[in-house]
Design a protein around this ligand. Structure first.
Ligand code: GDP
Length: 478
């Protein structure tokens, strides 16, 4: 009949369940509406409340973003150093800082903070933010204008700066001025080396004060969202936005981070050439924090022990030359690492010996950049493309402590097997374990009870904020 000539109706949800707004030009950022073609359907759906808050954020951003009337007005206050009453738009300025994985996690954190506090997020473009990411909000840019008056001070902001919030508290600068003079801007130092006073950012009382400051300039290299869930005044709103707590970064990440066309080319060409046709795609992300030149035997041992024990990859038969073929199922293994030694070992093993299952194993690694090079455009494009490619795999193995791996797992909605950190140059036993949730780990959380003003184990207060699998003092949402 007529119906049979119709193409099969595949559910096409390029807007990801309403997460994305429809108002963009497709060609200027192909990844935005094409990503769904490369990903599996998620088991979860974004809450309708999250969707409505994103749409209202977009309206706020349009009203308050760069060069709007409100922006210009609030900027005047910054220039004159005086604040004249409450401003109609308030801002969080995110300073570009640290490796790319870290930057992606901190941007998501800053955005959620902006959402919770009705602020507008503006992004310091650093060397390459606009080269890597498309604009996430319709019509008005998220990039901090290059003529922003205090950009040239960003480099000199540190925990001891006059404008640093922790430092102001320490020196009682604010106590004297309560109510009367509110500074037009405050520098929030939330990097791993922050002090006890900076950490008071995570207390309600301090949030009440910060509400009055129109410009918050933030530098961080940490995914601080787990601690936002411990601030009582944010609790209900966060619960409404994210009824499923482990999807926070997943949704924020897929909302915010769309590779530019150049990076999308790197991703899609690689995907089509090496991954698309495999029956199963396995990602293995190797990040070594030890000094010294690899490959290290204990890391090779750990990779093989983990992938075999967890049945991610088949054993090889070292006795027979030809395996009995059993259906010729194929697996594509995507490895990422700064060096090529681990990849070569795994690839050679599956070339030199047949698998016991007869499966065909292809092993691929897009690049081996040898060392971290934060300022180089192509280097960071490749890093972004590799995180994204890892997120397109079916099963993922990541390395402890690495934000590069956290980004991949979160975007992909994957619960990875995490390779525990080796101690004393030996592979740990067990070599890896499945994580509790796909959320990233907050590596430097505060351990402070704001009400009782004493230390407290913040990983033991509520069931959904726990210590991480790969870092015992870290916090993650589950
Ligand atoms: P983390 O240090 O593992 O938490 O991750 P970051 O992304 O913040 O910083 C590491 C940086 O080193 C990355 O941004 C890349 O520049 C580089 N890098 C580390 N591992 C890889 C890799 O597997 N592939 C590529 N292309 N770059 C990597």
């Amino acid at each position: 009949d007529d119906d049979s000539s119709q193409p099969v109706q595949v559910p096409r949800d390029k807007l990801l369940g309403g997460l994305l707004s429809d108002g963009f030009d497709e060609r200027s950022c192909l990844s935005r509406y094409q990503s769904f073609l490369y990903r599996k359907e998620l088991g979860h759906k974004p809450s309708s409340y999250l969707i409505s808050r994103l749409r209202s954020y977009e309206a706020l951003h349009k009203r308050c973003g760069p060069y709007t009337e409100s922006y210009n007005k609030t900027l005047e206050q910054l220039k004159s150093g005086k604040q004249s009453g409450l401003s109609d738009c308030n801002y969080v300025v995110w300073i570009s800082f640290s490796g790319l994985g870290n930057r992606i996690l901190t941007l998501a954190s800053a955005f959620l903070y902006a959402l919770l506090t009705n602020r507008v997020l503006l992004v310091d473009r650093g060397v390459d933010m606009d080269d890597l990411f498309c604009e996430p909000f319709p019509e008005v840019s998220w990039l901090l204008p290059s003529d922003f008056p205090i950009t040239n001070q960003f480099n000199s902001f540190n925990p001891k700066s006059h404008h640093c919030y922790g430092n102001m508290l320490k020196n009682d600068i604010l106590a004297n001025s309560t109510g009367s003079v509110v500074p037009p801007f405050v520098y929030l130092h939330l990097a791993h080396d922050y002090g006890d006073h900076d950490k008071l950012f995570f207390c309600d009382q301090d949030q009440t004060f910060l509400k009055k400051v129109p410009w918050l300039i933030m530098r961080t290299d940490n995914y601080f969202i787990p601690s936002l869930f411990l601030i009582p005044s944010f609790e209900q709103e966060l619960g409404n936005l994210f009824p499923e707590k482990e999807t926070v970064f997943h949704y924020l990440g897929r909302y915010l981070f769309h590779p530019t066309n150049q990076v999308w080319g790197l991703i899609t060409r690689y995907y089509q050439a090496y991954l698309a046709n495999a029956d199963e795609k396995i990602g293995i992300q190797i990040r070594i924090f030890d000094t010294g030149i690899g490959p290290f035997q204990h890391v090779i041992d750990q990779i093989l022990a983990c992938t075999m024990k967890e049945n991610l990859l088949p054993q090889v038969n070292r006795v027979e030359f030809i395996a009995s073929p059993s259906g010729n199922q194929s697996k594509a293994v995507l490895m990422t690492s700064l060096s090529s030694g681990y990849f070569e070992h795994v690839r050679n093993m599956y070339w030199e010996f047949p698998t016991v299952t007869g499966e065909v194993i292809g092993v691929y690694q897009p690049s081996h950049e040898e060392h971290q090079q934060t300022e180089k455009l192509m280097h960071n494009r490749k890093a972004w493309a590799e995180m994204y490619l890892l997120s397109l795999t079916d099963k993922l193995v990541t390395s402890a402590w690495s934000t590069f791996g956290y980004v991949a797992q979160g975007l992909g909605g994957l619960k990875p097997w995490i390779l525990y950190k080796p101690e004393n140059q030996t592979a740990p036993d067990p070599p890896c374990g499945r994580v509790m949730s796909m959320e990233p780990c907050f590596h430097a959380p505060p351990f402070y009870d704001c009400k009782k003003k004493t230390g407290v184990d913040t990983g033991a207060l509520v069931p959904h904020v726990r210590h991480c699998e790969d870092m015992s003092w870290g916090l993650k949402l589950v």
